[in-house]
Design a protein. Structure first.
Length: 201
């Protein structure tokens, strides 16, 4: 700051490597409550975490690599409330011009084992009125008894692969999923889904 005012040509330090390094090894959280309100965007976020355990093998933001060995999340509640503006539907010409682009290119992310148990998730968009009971309402989703087990998640610039061994939940509008499992593989040119199993009451 002093150099910038004392010289006509201050030294450019923006291109220098940052001395700060962010590392992540293990995370263990129990009985935590977090909340955030954005009055400008009319959004509210609340989370009550019963248990969250994460074990990382590597975490390097500069190299864009994240490798997590185990992720356990249980006995928790997540609530999101927003108010969206009315959207204008794209014309076919606009949709074709937009096309598909592979997201998060350059990142290499992997997750060995993941398990969620006894979770509740609530999402409400108050810019859309609720639909009658019995209809799927993407603007008002409330999930109870959510459980999930997965393994072998891998995300890179060329491929997304994941194995889901169990997914189950109850939704407020009456839908109940007893079991869902599959093996998925997605590339910018193809999509494959194998070993699909699906069960409802």
């Amino acid at each position: 700051m002093v150099d910038a005012f004392a010289s006509d040509a201050p030294t450019d330090t923006t291109a220098q490597t940052s001395p700060w390094a962010i590392g992540l090894k293990d995370i263990s959280l129990r009985d935590i409550r977090l909340s955030f309100a954005d009055s400008l965007q009319e959004a509210y976020y609340y989370s009550q975490i019963g248990q969250l355990e994460l074990q990382a093998q590597s975490f390097d933001l500069e190299q864009q690599t994240i490798a997590i060995r185990d992720l356990l999340w249980s006995d928790s509640y997540l609530e999101v409330k927003v108010r969206s503006e009315p959207s204008v539907a794209e014309t076919p010409a606009q949709a074709q011009a937009t096309g598909f682009s592979w997201p998060y290119t350059g990142w290499d992310i992997s997750l060995g084992q993941m398990e969620w148990a006894n979770l509740s998730v609530a999402f409400d968009d108050f810019g859309s009125p609720p639909l009658p009971y019995g209809n799927f309402d993407p603007a008002h989703i409330h999930l109870e008894e959510l459980s999930l087990k997965g393994e072998g998640l891998s995300w890179s610039s060329a491929q997304l692969s994941a194995g889901l061994t169990q997914l189950a939940f109850r939704e407020q509008n009456g839908f109940e999923l007893r079991a869902l499992s599959f093996q998925a593989n997605l590339t910018p040119q193809s999509a494959q889904l194998a070993k699909l199993q699906f069960a409802t009451p």
